[in-house]
Design a protein around this ligand. Structure first.
Ligand code: DX5
Ligand code: ZN
Length: 219
C-alpha cells in the first residue's frame, strides 16, 4: 500500500502539532520536511531545530528533503535532529556516491531527487546504493503548484529499473498531488506520496487523508 507523507511547508505553524497529529491519526505514514536555503531555491524555510521539534510531536518517521547547496555540511545535524530519511538533490551533489555513504554511516535512509528538468536516468549508476528516489512532480521550491505530467515517464522508468535489477528503493513523488493525480502516480509505480497543500490547506484534514487513501487504495 502506498504511503502518504504530508509536507508541512504550507501548514499553519501556529497549530502544527494538532494538524500533524490529525494527519497521522487519519493514516499518514511519514512527515515530509522541506528544508530550503534561499540559494538552491529562492525561499528559506527551517533547519534542524524545527525538525527536532516535529520529532517530539509525532512518533512517525521524518522524511527530510534538503533543497540546499552543500548539503554534506548539514547531514549529521539533521540526523541528530531526528531525520530517518535524508534526500539530497542530484543537482547539489557533485560527489553523490560519498554523500549517500555519509548518510548511511550516520544511520539514516539515503534518498536522491532530481528537478523536473533533470533526466532521471542520470541516477542509473547509484540506484543500487539508495533507499529512496524522489521524483519532483512540480518545480522545486514552492507548494501549491500544478503537477507536471511528464513526471509519469520518470516514475515508470524507475519502477522498471527496480523490477529488472531486483532493487527495492522507494519511489516517492513530491508536488501537485491530489485526488486526480494520486492514482496516476501510484499506477506508474510510486509508493510514497508527498502531499502538502491538499492536506494542510484543506478544511478537514481527516476527511482529505481518507479520500486520498480511498482513491489509491484499490491500485
Ligand atoms: C516543493 C516541496 C514540496 C511541497 C509540495 O519544493 O518539495 O514538498 O511542499 O507541496 P504541494 O503538495 O502543495 O505541491
Ligand atoms: Zn519536498
Amino acid at each position: 500500500m502506498a504511503k502518504i507523507a504530508p509536507s508541512i511547508l504550507n501548514a499553519d505553524f501556529l497549530r502544527l502539532q494538532k494538524d500533524i497529529n490529525e494527519a497521522v491519526i487519519a493514516g499518514c505514514d511519514w512527515i515530509h520536511l522541506d528544508v530550503m536555503d534561499g540559494h538552491f531555491v529562492p525561499k528559506i524555510t527551517f533547519g534542524p531545530m524545527i525538525v527536532e521539534a516535529v520529532d517530539k510531536m509525532t512518533p512517525v518517521p521524518l522524511d527530510v528533503h534538503l533543497m540546499v547547496e552543500h548539503p554534506d555540511t548539514m547531514l549529521s545535524d539533521f540526523v541528530q535532529a531526528g531525520a530517518e530519511n535524508i534526500t539530497v538533490h542530484y543537482e547539489t551533489c557533485p560527489h553523490l556516491w560519498r554523500t549517500i555513504d555519509t548518510i548511511h554511516a550516520l544511520g539514516a535512509r539515503a534518498g536522491v531527487t532530481v528537478n523536473p528538468a533533470t533526466p532521471v536516468n542520470l541516477l542509473d549508476p547509484i540506484l543500487e546504493r539508495v533507499d529512496l528516489v524522489l521524483v519532483m512532480t512540480v518545480e522545486t521550491g514552492y507548494g501549491g503548484q500544478e503537477f507536471i505530467p511528464q513526471s509519469l515517464t520518470k516514475i515508470a522508468w524507475l519502477d522498471q529499473q527496480r523490477r529488472s535489477r531486483g532493487l527495492n528503493f522507494y519511489i516517492e513523488v513530491d508536488g501537485g498531488i491530489d485526488l486526480e493525480t494520486a492514482p496516476l502516480v501510484v499506477k506508474a509505480g510510486a509508493d510514497v506520496l508527498v502531499v502538502g497543500t491538499f492536506i494542510f490547506m484543506s478544511d478537514n484534514i481527516t476527511a482529505t487523508v481518507k479520500s486520498l487513501r480511498k482513491v489509491i487504495g484499490g491500485i
